[in-house]
Design a protein. Structure first.
Length: 260
């Protein structure tokens, strides 16, 4: 099976997804961040054996620029300094050794390498311009993880333009690693957030100017998977994530489930 066919995973998700069940936990997928940059396929998407790297593009190999959604900007001090560095190596890949991603911990002495990961949300401050400034380097990896699950994709062609739509999960180590060295990592589980961050993205390339389909530019959305214990209806109502109509539907469905 080719690398192309190994792309798999979650389908596109909306603002919030509620698993309606009266006795189990319900998850809510909340948009946490967006990226805008380039997926570089080596040697190219037309090859049956490739790996994929996310970067700014245009010769800048820093992680693709990432912006947190308004609800998270203040929490993480987002002023444009974040980038998503990632290398996806499909199962069964047998080509040249792909590049690696290094996680970083910010210390009083500066950034210290914290091992090899598959992906990291890197903090490029204090340099101005974030990852878009090619001279900037990561100082801290706010989120990082050992693997990426990409198990679903599709392409469409319109004229010279090839559009790639993908979805999957960024599998994290389960912690928030703060920029402040005095602040210890925070467990995602303690915040009611699952370790895996679902994502979906759409990217395009021009088959005439890039016949091997090596550089796809576009955007993606990364979601936080929030675990809500029952009664989910109360939590959702208080958080404002569903309105009275959605709550009514939830209660009616729960009542029917209990009666059956």
């Amino acid at each position: 099976m080719s690398s192309w066919l190994r792309f798999s995973a979650v389908s596109c998700v909306g603002y919030a997804l509620l698993a309606f069940s009266p006795f189990v936990r319900a998850d809510i997928l909340v948009p946490a961040a967006t990226t805008a940059g380039t997926l570089v396929f080596t040697p190219g998407l037309n090859s049956s054996n490739f790996y994929v790297q996310s970067e700014v593009g245009g010769g800048n190999t820093n992680g693709t620029p990432l912006s947190f959604e308004p609800a998270f900007k203040a929490l993480f001090g987002d002023v444009g300094q974040f980038g998503l560095a990632s290398v996806y190596v499909p199962p069964g890949y047998s080509g040249p050794t792909p590049p690696t991603v290094t996680a970083w911990n910010h210390t009083v002495s500066g950034p210290v390498a914290a091992g090899t990961v598959a992906w990291a949300v890197d903090d490029y401050k204090p340099g101005a311009g974030g990852p878009a400034n090619a001279s900037n380097v990561p100082f801290n990896s706010l989120f990082r993880g050992p693997s990426i699950t990409v198990t679903s994709s599709s392409t469409t062609v319109a004229g010279n333009i090839v559009t790639l739509t993908i979805s999957g999960d960024l599998n994290s180590d389960g912690f928030i690693h703060w920029f402040n060295p005095a602040t210890p990592p925070t467990s995602l589980a303690s915040l009611g957030v699952r370790d895996d961050f679902p994502f979906t993205g759409t990217f395009t390339d021009n088959v005439v100017t890039d016949p091997n389909l090596t550089n796809f530019t576009g955007t993606s959305t990364i979601f936080a998977d929030v675990v809500t214990p029952e009664p989910a209806s109360l939590v959702l109502l208080v958080s404002g994530l569903v309105g009275p109509i959605g709550l009514s539907f939830y209660r009616k469905r729960s009542a029917r489930s209990r009666a059956s």
